[in-house]
Design a protein around this ligand. Structure first.
Ligand code: FAD
Length: 481
């Protein structure tokens, strides 16, 4: 008998619980991808994510071909597409791995009901998380809102992860599937990649797909993992794993990463560094926990105090928002980050925090404007991680990261980009400035005029004055409570 394996954000064969279950139940799996971005509501994939997805689907297809199979690609409402495909090939079951965004949860529930109404077995699995959102709760039985106690509880549940390898041969597609419904041409017909190749820079840094993910993991274990805590905040080097887009698209299971790190045989002294990395994977888990239990936080503040905060008017500040998006605020570390994002589809975490603080505090624009821009430009755009990252930095989330902690982009840059390599790489106009003028060129007008004449004389906003205004606005919300 056949079972459909409905592929979504689990673009891998290894450690794929839905596939494994289908095989263990004795079914011949048929892999199917249904393109239905409208079902993701306001959060259908942005432009950078679509570009990644197109390549990842092609990589997955070549994996399948190596195993004698191929990917069926359909474009219709998910329930209709799956029900009619199952009827056509005589499948008795549909298996998939879970997603945790509010719109996907609602869609999946409805698909499950529909398939069961049609007499099919419909089952879902955990293919994405170390600990699913409902597996941990506070002493009172509610969800966590603060990371440390969440992770203390969740990390205690991490069993020895069981790895799973697919068999060398998978069944070929039945004849009922016609040539144009599967394979690379069916994937390309979805038109996911951009028409102009603005994404060229992405692929110098990343290789979408399962093989690219494993290669990166191996390189990380060989390289930066053993000094992760020392290097993770330094944006001028590959001090982090850069696995985020691979994790988002499910090209690698998080438990495979944990397993590989545990087996790597790091010297005892390096253990805290490796644990520090696993704790960072914990932030991904925590973000999913928050979004699952507080589904409104993708658009609204987790902390309701900020619902009447005195944000700047986005229309009046449209020029500043655009300068931020385009990496021309005149603040070197901010512009370097925004340009890294535009050119590579990714930005270093330390710099994400700096640019987010600048937008929400110095420009006092709502975090949602930044989250939306990231959504469209990041290859790792992920509703759970992005929402949590923005709310945390904006200070609208849990109180552990209060609003009044405002990053100073000048001292942050001097501290973490000590040699100015990162700034000079992404803002070549500044390359000839000496270090002392690099982080705040407006304080060194003679040098700027001489060596970086195209750089704005003043940033879009005065850092000190805007900081004071933000603090005053914060005082007003606290006072009114
Ligand atoms: P590593 O340091 O190697 O960490 C390993 C993995 O842990 C990451 O791949 C990621 O899956 C997870 N992780 C690490 N830090 C965090 C974190 N703070 N929150 C949640 N998960 C984390 N991450 C996304 O995956 N998608 C997003 O859309 C996203 N938006 C963000 C927006 C803002 C404003 C901020 C401050 C952070 C955001 N992050 C997001 C979190 C973090 O910046 C990235 O996960 C990280 O930079 C990815 O690089 P890496 O894989 O080299 O990370």
């Amino acid at each position: 008998s056949h079972a459909l394996v409905w592929i979504r954000r689990d673009l891998r064969l290894a450690d794929n619980p839905a596939l494994r279950a289908a095989l263990e139940a004795g079914h011949a799996p048929i892999f199917v991808y249904v393109h239905a971005p409208q079902e993701e509501g306001d959060w259908s994939p942005g432009a950078a994510s679509r570009a990644w997805l197109g390549r990842s689907l092609l990589a997955f297809e070549s994996r399948l071909v190596e195993h004698g199979a191929s990917l069926v690609v359909l474009e219709a409402a998910s329930d209709d597409a799956l029900a009619s495909l199952a009827a056509r090939v005589g499948a008795v079951a549909v298996y998939w791995n879970r997603c945790y965004e509010p719109a996907s949860i609602a869609r999946d529930k409805q698909v499950k009901m529909r398939l069961r109404d049609e007499g099919l077995e419909a089952r879902s699995f955990n293919g994405a998380l170390l600990v699913e959102p409902w597996q941990v709760h506070t002493g009172e039985g509610g969800p966590y809102r603060v990371f440390t106690p969440f992770w203390r509880k969740a990390s205690g549940l991490l069993a020895d992860p069981a790895r799973w390898t697919p068999p060398a041969r998978l069944p070929a597609l039945p004849d009922a599937i016609s040539g144009h419904e599967h394979g690379p041409r069916a994937i390309e017909a979805l038109g996911l990649g951009p028409r102009l190749d603005w994404d060229a820079g992405f692929w110098k840094r990343f290789e979408p797909g399962e093989a690219g993910a494993v290669e990166l993991l191996d390189a990380f274990i060989e390289g930066a993992a053993g000094s992760y805590l020392e290097q993770r905040n330094l944006p001028d080097r590959a001090g982090t794993s850069r696995l985020s887009p691979h994790l988002h698209f499910g090209e690698i299971a998080p438990w495979r990463i944990v397993d590989a790190l545990r087996r790597a045989g790091f010297p005892k002294g390096a253990q805290p560094q490796v644990d520090g990395y696993i704790r960072e994977l914990g932030w991904r888990e925590f973000s999913h926990h928050l979004l699952f239990h507080y589904p409104d936080t993708a658009t609204g503040n987790l902390n309701p105090r900020f619902n009447d905060f005195d944000w700047s008017d986005a229309k009046e500040h449209a020029a500043a928002l655009e300068a931020w998006q385009q990496g021309r605020t005149g603040v070197p570390i901010v512009d370097a980050g925004m340009r890294e994002l535009w050119q590579t589809g990714w930005m270093h975490n330390r710099v994400r925090m700096i640019v987010a603080s600048f937008l929400t505090k110095n420009l006092r624009l709502r975090w949602q404007h930044g989250a939306r821009w990231f959504w469209d430009t990041l290859v790792d755009a992920d509703l759970a991680n992005n929402t949590q990252g923005w709310q945390w930095t904006a200070g609208t989330g849990a109180d552990a990261a209060p609003y009044f902690r405002i990053f100073n982009p000048v001292t942050q840059a001097a501290r973490f980009d000590t040699r100015g390599t990162y700034i000079r790489r992404w803002c070549p106009e500044l390359a000839d400035l000496p270090d002392k003028a690099l982080y705040a060129p407006w304080e060194h007008e003679d040098e700027r005029k001489l060596r970086a004449p195209s750089w704005p004389a003043q940033p879009v906003v005065d850092l000190k004055a805007s900081r004071e205004k933000a603090l005053a606005a914060y005082q007003r919300t606290t006072a009114s409570r």
